[in-house]
Write a new protein. Structure first.
Length: 202
């Protein structure tokens, strides 16, 4: 079963000034950040395989505590020195999700998990379990051939509608698969909420 196409409401979810932080953040996150205000963040947001931490920096600038997880902890550390006023809002976490001997997310709980341009299929179940009740997943990556950066191997890209199928038991706030302008690359984007009384399918 596929998650149907779900669009943002007609009215903007949040009105933001154009700042240095939100210019670099994903438009998916910028449009959906008001959802975290409604959630009242208390467990922190996980930026999984966050790279330089642009999306995490955007959330921190709005007052949301962030765990920035990446194989290279120097990039988020650089962000903390340059853009984050309150370093207590940011926790760098050096971790290799693809090669860890044990599941790094086991026993952890977050208000939201955001994943941008990273894919490790074995981690999907752990991502879903790591989100608390009524928490969110923000996920955006690639399908088809990626024309820049990493390999176009199917290990690193999604099949069409694969992302939606993974989260079909969650409440879909937004889901779309759109083709980037002047490119063969399709970019699935999803925001999904974990229901309050969620029971995983047996």
């Amino acid at each position: 079963m596929l998650i149907p196409m779900v669009a943002w409401p007609r009215d903007p979810i949040i009105r933001l000034s154009v700042t240095h932080s939100n210019l670099k953040a994903s438009s998916l996150l910028v449009k959906g950040v008001m959802l975290l205000d409604e959630l009242e963040v208390s467990h922190a947001v996980l930026g999984l395989a966050c790279g330089p931490g642009c999306n995490g920096g955007f959330l921190i600038s709005l007052g949301a505590p962030e765990v920035l997880a990446d194989i290279d902890d120097k990039q988020p550390a650089d962000l903390s020195m340059v853009e984050v006023a309150d370093h207590k809002m940011m926790t760098p976490w050096k971790v290799n999700f693809g090669q860890a001997a044990e599941n790094p997310l086991a026993g952890k709980n977050f208000d939201a998990v955001m994943v941008f341009h990273y894919l490790y299929r074995a981690l999907i179940g752990s991502i879903k379990r790591a989100v608390r009740a009524r928490g969110f997943v923000f996920y955006e990556t690639f399908t088809q051939q990626r024309q820049f950066g990493r390999s176009s191997s199917t290990d690193f890209i999604l099949e069409p509608y694969e992302l939606g199928n993974w989260f079909e038991e969650r409440q879909a706030i937004y889901y779309a698969e759109r083709e980037r302008a002047h490119s063969r690359v399709r970019e699935p984007s999803l925001v999904a909420r974990k229901p309050m009384n969620f029971c995983p399918l047996k």
